[in-house]
Design a binder for this molecule. Structure first.
Ligand code: ZN
Length: 425
């Protein structure tokens, strides 16, 4: 199988390329990349006016399989990923049963082999059952193929366990992804603590719940020299602390979600449960700090925290609803519309945030368009206007606060190992 991609604007930050180039794909790999290739008799796709980037990787996704296949499966989740411009997703371990055991990792990988249309990278648990009490068999999990460990949704409340986890994962060279939240300080809150929680009469979670856990983790990671990745950063304090830690040379990275750079807690007015997530939508000051972090390199990745929930569970009183929204099919358009078209970041930085950096953090050989690399490619139309329509989503769930939103810029084609898995040009 041979294919020629012609006339696209290739943006590949790893090779410092932003140029009009042609690409030949052969047997799932990039076999040639240079200006003006002409080869007759092979499938040729003209990409004039479009951006060609190394495949985007979402390093924070909940695929819900095994256990909650009514909300999402590896098949539907990876279809949503492909439609959203992602060639790979890392899936969080809070499935049922949880991924704290080799058998679960192997099950996820075997299901992915059968039904996934993009690459699936499982994340294992830090602690058994995500209970924060006893370390999971991290060595076994790594052997089965997990790329990181996380108790996502739960914070590892014990500093001692976190220290041990950092020491242990260091031996395997994998990162710990922590959901930074002091459960005592968040104390059952359902939204950000502040003006809007007071107006709405909803119990608030203070920003400090995130900040105190983030600084504990950063200090532990620095002492142990382990690799720490902070999931879904949402507060000004957390962004500042990561910035300072990086200046000191700590191995600390972090991600932000599209909803945290787009919305604030003002969106909760009206009690729409599609604005309930954890960490919660924060204040405008926090959102601005996140934008600053995206701009200056403090934030390493954009990840969706795609969290499908069925409508029966979401259509209840705000305080009763589960946390989380879907994000795979809106992330790239939100990033193009709200970050690139507003000139907060440029396209090369976007590719770093959505492809190169997640690949580096997870230690997977992706995120680059050199000769010989896997032909995982994301193609963008930065001028195309799209309107989010929940009825047309590939995800099994519909819980998004962005329905009806008009956005400029969209993923239009997704190629995984040389195969076109999505095409909406
Ligand atoms: Zn999550």
């Amino acid at each position: 199988m041979k294919m020629l991609l012609k006339n696209g604007r290739v943006i590949d930050p790893a090779n410092k390329i932003d140029d009009t180039l042609d690409i030949i794909i052969e047997d799932g790999k990039i076999s040639e990349i240079k200006p003006r290739i002409s080869e007759k008799g092979i499938e040729t796709i003209d990409l004039a006016g479009l951006v060609v980037a190394p495949g985007f990787i979402d390093m924070h996704v909940h695929l819900r399989e095994p256990g909650r296949e009514d909300e999402e499966t590896i098949e539907t989740g990876t279809k949503a990923a492909a439609a959203g411009g992602f060639t790979g997703v890392a899936c969080m371990p809070n499935t049922e049963p949880v991924n704290d055991d080799q058998a679960v990792t192997e099950y996820i990988l075997s299901q992915a082999k059968k039904s996934a249309i993009v690459n699936v990278y499982p994340i294992g648990c830090i602690t058994k059952a995500r209970e924060g009490e006893e370390l999971a068999q991290i060595g076994d999990l790594v052997e089965s193929g997990v790329v990181a460990v996380s108790d996502d949704g739960n914070c590892v409340a014990s500093g001692l366990i976190m220290r041990k986890a950092l020491e242990y994962t260091k031996m395997f060279g994998i990162p710990i992804i922590d959901h930074c939240e002091d459960p005592n300080l968040s104390d059952g809150g359902v939204m950000n603590e502040g003006y809007y929680s007071t107006i709405l009469g909803l119990k608030g979670m203070p920003f400090l719940a995130e900040d105190v856990m983030a600084i504990r983790d950063i200090l532990l990671a620095e002492m142990v020299k382990g690799k720490l990745h902070i999931a879904h950063v949402s507060t000004k304090g957390c962004v500042n602390m990561v910035r300072e830690a990086k200046k000191r040379g700590a191995h600390v990275t972090c991600e932000v979600t599209p909803h945290h750079f787009t919305l604030t807690d003002a969106a909760v007015m009206g009690y729409d449960t599609n604005t309930k997530m954890n960490p919660p939508l924060r204040s405008e000051g926090d959102r601005k700090a996140v934008l600053e972090g995206l701009k200056d390199g403090t934030i390493d990745c954009i990840a969706t925290d795609h969290a499908p929930h069925n409508s029966i569970e979401k259509n209840v009183e705000f305080s009763q609803a589960p946390f989380g929204i879907i994000g795979l099919e809106t992330a790239v358009s939100l990033a193009l519309d709200r970050l690139v078209h507003t000139r907060i970041i440029n396209l090369s930085r976007l590719v770093e945030l959505m492809s190169l950096n997640p690949a580096r953090i997870l230690n997977i050989k992706k995120g680059i368009l050199s000769k010989g690399e896997d032909a995982d490619i994301t193609i963008l139309d930065i001028k195309k206007t799209v309107t989010v329509d929940v009825k047309k989503l590939k995800s099994k769930s519909r819980n998004t606060p962005f329905n009806g939103l008009k956005l400029k810029g969209a993923p239009v084609m997704t190629i995984v190992s040389g195969k076109i898995v999505h095409d909406s040009r």
